[in-house]
Design a protein around this ligand. Structure first.
Ligand SMILES: Nc1ncnc2c1ncn2[C@@H]1O[C@H](COP(=O)(O)OP(=O)(O)OP(=O)(O)O)[C@@H](O)[C@H]1O
Ligand SMILES: [Mg+2]
Length: 345
């Protein structure tokens, strides 16, 4: 049967439009078993950057480890670069580069020595290994630091070297898994790394990265999946996700607990301490005026209001909030941990 789109979902790199595909991945750990992934579906197109965004413990690393063949799912299937992650594990491994919180790099050696040694390990002759190392040092802007021991590198240089190390093989892998590539980097190093990631995608590589930084997902990723407690709670472009909270948010500071409770159900943002609720709106004067009139016809219940563009924060907080609807009174029920606000260093 012919695919009406004309796209062949073939396994060959020439034909595949989706480089990463996962269906119904589940994973549990421990006794009694705790479900860490609860049916993950993912499709990532070739040459794109995909961000898996989520709070601590959401299951980001677990997902990456399954896709990178380091862990096996309890159920579900996944293909990377056209290969099944279980049945064709070694083919997957040859097609990917994984950069995580592990150190493959020898601190006491220079950047150049590290890359040359790794290139030799992939079977390249001495001269070719030297050329490859020089090329990568140039490409990742490490030429001036090439002859210094890695222990003297800054965090950003170190991450760039890690990425370069993932590329020494020839041919270059087409799929990159980057687990929190910019955690702990200063803003400048983070930007430099973003540029490197984008360049990988421009060259046709597929990048799946995990991050806790909304700004990073917003700037870098073509698509974002928001992961919470082992489920994907939203998936789309940054704009798609933002439009889920109406594009704009009208924040209302209310005059009483009663008003707060009455309106809490309509809000996408809750701040009981300050009696503030955020309501989705398209931001037009007509809609805002109508909303204010409808909510507070007598003009007693709203003390102040402010309007701002929805941010990924709004989406993130809305969709990863595990708490039962917030109330202005403190309840003694144990609240689920609030998602940590991402800190931008
Ligand atoms: N090998 C393991 N054994 C037991 N539990 C595990 C194991 N690996 C992960 N978990 C649990 O699975 C859950 C998800 O972990 P995972 O590392 O995938 O989260 P994450 O989204 O990467 O979090 P973070 O942002 O902190 O890196 C956590 O509750 C974690 O404790
Ligand atoms: Mg993790």
């Amino acid at each position: 049967m012919t695919d009406p789109s004309g796209i062949t979902a073939g396994a060959e790199s020439g034909g595949a439009t989706r480089t990463i595909e996962a269906y119904g991945l589940t994973k549990s750990y421990g006794k009694p078993a705790v479900r860490v992934l609860d049916g993950i579906d993912l499709q990532v197109g070739r040459g794109s950057v995909f961000a898996l965004l989520g709070p601590n413990g959401a299951g980001k690393t677990t997902t990456v480890r399954i896709l990178a063949t380091l862990a096996e799912a309890d159920s579900g299937t996944a293909r990377v670069a056209g290969y099944d992650v279980v049945a064709e594990r070694s083919a997957v491994r040859r097609s990917i580069s994984l950069t995580g919180q592990f150190a493959a790099v020898d601190e006491t050696q220079t950047g150049e020595e590290n890359l040359r040694m790794m290139a030799r390990l992939t079977g390249q002759p001495r001269a070719a290994a030297r050329r490859r190392a020089a090329e990568l040092l140039e490409r990742f802007d490490l030429t001036t630091a090439a002859r210094r021991p890695v222990r003297t590198y800054s965090g950003g240089m170190r991450r760039r070297l890690d990425l370069a190390a993932g590329l020494v093989g020839s041919p270059e892998p087409g799929v990159f898994f980057l687990d929190e590539p910019t955690t702990g980097l200063d803003p400048r190093s983070r930007r430099e790394l973003w540029a490197v990631v984008r360049e990988l995608a421009v060259r046709g590589a597929t990048v799946l990265l995990t991050t806790q930084y909304l700004e990073e997902a917003d700037r870098l990723a073509d698509r974002i999946a928001l992961l919470n407690r082992g489920r994907i709670v939203a998936d789309g472009t940054a704009a798609d996700l933002k439009s889920r909270v109406g594009g704009h948010r009208l924040d209302l500071v209310l005059t009483s607990d009663e008003a707060y409770l009455r309106l809490a159900g309509r809000a996408v943002h809750h701040s009981p301490e300050t009696l503030t609720l955020g309501l989705p709106t398209d931001g037009s004067a007509a809609q805002v005026r109508a909303l204010l009139d409808e909510i507070d016809p007598a003009g007693h219940e709203i003390e102040r209001f402010s309007l701002h563009s929805a941010t990924l924060d709004d989406v993130f907080l809305d969709l990863t909030s595990n708490a039962t609807p917030s109330t202005p009174t403190t309840s003694n029920a144990t609240p689920a941990p609030a998602p940590e606000a991402p800190t931008h260093v």
